[in-house]
Design a protein around this ligand. Structure first.
Ligand SMILES: Nc1ncnc2c1ncn2[C@@H]1O[C@H](COP(=O)(O)OP(=O)(O)OP(=O)(O)O)[C@@H](O)[C@H]1O
Length: 363
């Protein structure tokens, strides 16, 4: 039985997110097209993440005052929380161009050397999913970050020679959903590390009002609150839900989004008041109704909902754990008291979720 404490914060990390999920945190094609238009362009426009914003502001302003390039910046946090947006803001605030690439795109050290050697002085290099870079490229990056220099290897075998290549000073902004996977020598070379948290509902409401204005959608405070509550703490999901609600408002109403319209629209898409979708609820339902709240093994639970084990573990569970609806215990998956309440069911007296049985949620 697999019950390791996977980082519940890294909700559906790369690859595991079922692409067609309205509440999936990874970007789909439509998101990518719209997101460029919705991205805040300056630190002052960027909503929430107060601590990261304030610290980054100091780092950038100090660099500007010294007339130097900024220290390298590492941003960690779940998908859709604004890491790419912040990287673009770093470049904008420094008045510098930005080059965007990602760890999986750099498989050979030569790929990285080509990018680094073509950077302009002061340019920001954004390296998304930096934890997925190949080892040789990673090692080349150490020297580039520290000394603005790389050794380009020419030839093969015993005759190979290293030709040192000077680089212009640049700022690396690395992004990762898994800071823990970064080797310490790489982590240590960043002058500033910002950890992005999930957003509070009030912050998502501000994101929604801002996006609604840019998308020309009329929305009131309660409409925004209704969408925010279902957005799983993630601006990307909030913006996506807003677009679906807008469609509904246009087709079924006069385009105006209030609480009723938002709730009805998201009801059609089976996203409930807490942001659970059909799959999340199916998992909870099986756990409660078929297994009296558990403990039950992951594979059994997956069979019960007709999904792959990985889908349940990586797509549905992280959010259920984060929401305190499901616990991974040494004996298997267990529903919490909140799970029974959320589905409007009463826990049998000896179920782990029944009152007085909370002590079962150990480990
Ligand atoms: N703080 C914020 N204020 C306003 N909008 C935001 C904020 N953070 C993110 N967004 C919006 O959410 C969307 C997703 O953000 P972004 O692409 O920066 O996330 P990410 O963390 O880089 O995701 P990934 O890890 O998948 O690359 C963008 O459209 C952006 O406009």
């Amino acid at each position: 039985m697999n019950w390791d404490a996977t980082d519940a914060g890294a909700d559906a990390d790369a690859g595991a997110d079922a692409g067609d999920r309205l509440v999936g945190a990874s970007a789909d094609g439509e998101d990518q097209a719209v997101e460029a238009a919705l991205r805040p362009k300056s630190l002052s426009e960027f909503v929430g993440q107060e601590r990261v914003r304030e610290q980054l502001d100091l780092v950038l302003r100090a660099a500007l005052a010294r007339g130097a390039t900024s220290d390298h910046v590492l941003l960690s946090g779940a998908p859709g929380l604004g890491k790419t947006t912040l990287a673009m803001i770093v470049a904008a605030e420094m008045g510098a161009p930005i080059r965007i690439t990602s760890g999986p795109a750099i498989q050979h050290a030569g790929d990285l050397a080509a990018i680094l050697s073509s950077l302009q002085e002061g340019e920001v290099l954004f390296l998304d999913e930096i934890h997925r870079m190949s080892r040789p490229a990673e090692e080349m990056l150490y020297m580039a970050m520290e000394d603005f220099r790389v050794d380009v290897i020419v030839g093969k075998g015993p005759g190979a020679t290293a030709i040192p290549l000077e680089l212009p000073p640049f700022t690396l902004v690395g992004a990762t959903t898994r800071a823990g996977l970064l080797p310490p020598p790489l982590r240590d070379r960043f002058g500033f590390t910002g950890h992005m948290e999930f957003y509070a509902s009030g912050e998502l409401e501000r994101v929604l009002h801002r996006s609604a204005q840019l998308l020309d959608v009329e929305i009131d405070a309660e409409g925004a609150a209704e969408i925010a509550g279902r957005s799983r703490g993630t601006p990307r999901i909030a913006n996506r839900l807003l677009r679906r609600v807008r469609d509904y408002a246009q087709v079924k109403g006069d385009g105006f989004v209030n609480r009723e319209v938002a709730a009805a629209a998201l009801g059609v898409y089976e996203v409930d008041e807490r942001g659970l979708d059909r799959l999340d609820r199916a998992v909870l339902h099986a756990l409660l109704k078929l297994f009296s709240g558990g403990p039950v093994g992951l594979s059994t639970l997956a069979v019960a909902v007709g999904e792959e084990r990985e889908t349940v573990e990586e797509v549905a569970e992280p959010f259920l754990v984060r929401e305190g609806l499901l616990a991974r215990t040494p004996r298997g998956r267990v529903a919490t008291p909140a799970a029974w309440a959320h589905l409007g069911l009463t826990a049998p007296r000896h179920a782990p979720g029944a009152s007085g049985q909370e002590g079962l949620f150990g480990a």
